[in-house]
Design a protein around this ligand. Structure first.
Ligand code: PMP
Length: 419
C-alpha cells in the first residue's frame, strides 16, 4: 500500500495540506502580543503606549537627503552592489569608536554587521543552541528574544530581577538547579541598560560580579545593548564584555539612536565566533545592505550626531517625566521603577487588586489607549498584574492624555480598587 503521508503533508481529513509539512520547531512560533496589538493601536483615535517605535520627528531629514543624494551620485555602483558578508569595513571601524564611549575596546575585525540586533539574536542562538538547551533570561524579557529562543526549541529559564537588575544569588541558585536537572545552559541573555520591558538598569557595581559568576560556571553571556546611549542624563554604563572578552558577545544597533529603517546593527565577539557569524550572515543575508551601511557611515562622519543624540535623550526624558507625573497624580498606588533612560515604564497594578492586564486591554482600547499586557514578556503566563507603557513615540500631550484615559478606564472597570 502506498503511504501517502510519507512526506508529512496530509491532514486529518486525508487531504494534501501544505501547512502540515512545517518543521516541528514551527509549533513554537507564535505571533507576539505586541504584533497582534499593532492593528488596533495604529487606529488614529487610539493613543498607543504599546509599541517601541523610536520618535523620529527630530531626525535631520534634509541632511540625510543630501547625504543620500551625494552617495547615489558618487558611489552608486558600490551603494547598490552586494557587499562583504562581515559588513562594510569603514562602518565597522566607526562602530568601534561608538562602543569606546562605553569603555569597550573593540576592533573592526571582531565586529560583524547585522540587519539589526534582532538578526544578531537569531544568529547567536542559531550558532549556539540545540533543541532542549537552556537559555537563562531576565524575567520579564524582551518579547523578540523570547520569539527567537522559542523558534530554536530552547528552554528559557527565568532569572529574577530587582530594581538593580539580576539578583546574583538567585542567578547562582538557578544555575545550580538547572544543572542538577541535567540541562546544558548555553548562555545568559541580558539587556543591562534600560531593559525592555522593565526599564531596569543593572547597577554598575553588580556588573563585574555578574560576569565573574558566569565565568565561574563557564556560562557565556549575550549582552544586548540597543538602548545604552539613551540615558536621560548622558551617563554611559560599562559594558559586560569589557570584563570578559572571551566569554561575552555584545549586540548593538543603530535602530534607537539613528533610525530602525536602516536595519543595521552589530555583533562584537571573540575571533573564534566571528568566522561562523560571517558564514551565518552569508547564509541568511549574503551580506548586510551596503546602501544602509554607507548612509549611516556618512551620517556619522558628516553630521553632528552627538548633538542629535542629546536631543533624543532630552525628548525621551521629557516624555518619561510626563508619564511619571501623570501616573503619580492619577494612579498613586501603582508601582514602577523610575527608568534612567530607554523607552519603557513597567507599571505594576496595586497588590491584590485582581487586575488582569490582558483582560483589561479591551476596556482600555475602548477608552482610546493601548499598552502591552505584562504576560507578553514571560514564557510562563506570569506578568498579568503588569503593563508595559512606552513613552518613546507619543508626544508629551498624548502621554498625559493616554495615562488619563488609562486611569479613568481602570477606575471604571474596577470601582472597588484604590489605584
Ligand atoms: N533587543 C532589544 C532589547 C530590543 O528592544 C530590540 C527592539 N525592540 C531589539 C533587540 C531589536 O532591535 P533592532 O533589530 O531594530 O536593532
Amino acid at each position: 500500500m502506498v503511504d501517502f503521508n510519507r512526506n508529512g503533508y496530509i491532514n486529518s481529513k486525508g487531504d494534501f495540506d501544505i501547512a502540515e509539512g512545517f518543521a516541528r520547531r514551527v509549533d513554537s512560533m507564535r505571533a507576539s502580543e505586541i504584533r497582534a496589538l499593532f492593528a488596533v493601536a495604529n487606529r488614529p483615535e487610539i493613543i498607543s503606549l504599546a509599541g517601541g517605535m523610536p520618535y523620529l520627528g527630530k531626525l535631520p531629514f534634509d541632511e540625510i537627503s543630501k547625504i543620500m543624494e551625494t552617495l547615489v551620485r558618487e558611489h552608486g555602483p558600490k551603494l547598490w552592489q552586494y557587499g562583504v558578508a562581515q559588513g562594510d569595513e569603514e562602518l565597522r571601524e566607526t562602530i568601534t569608536k561608538i562602543v569606546e564611549l562605553e569603555g569597550l575596546d573593540a576592533t573592526a575585525q571582531e565586529t560583524v554587521i547585522t540587519a539589526g540586533s534582532q538578526q544578531g539574536l537569531d544568529s547567536i542562538t542559531r550558532l549556539f543552541c540545540d533543541a532542549g538547551d537552556v537559555i537563562l533570561a531576565e524575567a520579564p524579557n524582551y518579547v523578540g528574544a523570547l520569539g527567537v529562543f522559542r523558534s530554536y526549541q530552547v528552554e528559557v529559564v527565568n532569572v529574577e530581577l530587582d530594581e538593580e537588575g539580576i539578583i546574583l544569588a538567585k542567578l547562582e541558585k538557578t544555575i545550580i538547579n538547572t544543572r542538577a536537572r541535567g540541562k546544558r545552559i548555553k548562555f545568559l541573555y541580558s539587556v543591562p541598560n534600560f531593559q525592555n520591558p522593565s526599564g531596569i538598569t543593572l547597577a554598575v557595581d553588580r556588573r563585574k560580579p555578574l560576569v565573574e559568576l558566569c565565568k565561574k560556571y563557564g556560562i557565556m553571556i549575550l549582552e544586548d545593548n540597543p538602548y545604552g546611549l539613551l540615558s536621560f542624563d548622558g551617563q554611559l554604563y560599562p559594558t559586560l564584555r569589557q570584563h570578559w572578552k572571551e566569554g561575552v558577545i555584545y549586540l548593538g544597533s543603530f535602530s534607537k539612536f539613528i533610525a530602525p529603517g536602516f536595519r543595521i546593527g552589530w555583533i562584537i565577539s571573540p575571533d573564534s565566533v566571528r568566522d561562523k557569524l560571517v558564514l551565518s550572515n552569508e547564509s541568511v543575508l549574503l551580506c548586510p545592505s551596503n546602501a544602509s551601511s554607507l548612509t549611516i557611515e556618512a551620517y556619522l562622519k558628516h553630521f553632528d550626531w552627538k548633538t542629535q543624540l542629546s536631543a533624543y535623550r532630552e525628548g525621551y526624558k521629557d516624555r518619561c517625566n510626563q508619564m511619571i507625573e501623570t501616573i503619580d497624580e492619577l494612579l498613586p498606588n501603582c508601582k514602577y521603577n523610575k527608568p534612567k533612560g530607554g523607552f519603557f515604564l513597567w507599571l505594576e497594578m496595586p497588590e491584590g487588586s485582581g487586575v488582569n492586564s490582558k483582560d483589561f486591554l479591551e476596556a482600555a482600547v475602548e477608552a482610546g489607549v493601548a499598552y502591552v499586557p505584562g504576560t507578553g514578556f514571560y514564557d510562563n503566563g506570569d506578568g498579568e498584574n503588569f503593563m508595559r507603557l512606552s513613552f518613546c513615540y507619543p508626544s508629551v500631550e498624548e502621554i498625559e492624555q493616554g495615562i488619563t484615559r488609562l486611569a479613568n478606564a481602570l477606575k471604571k472597570t474596577y470601582p472597588e480598587v484604590k489605584f
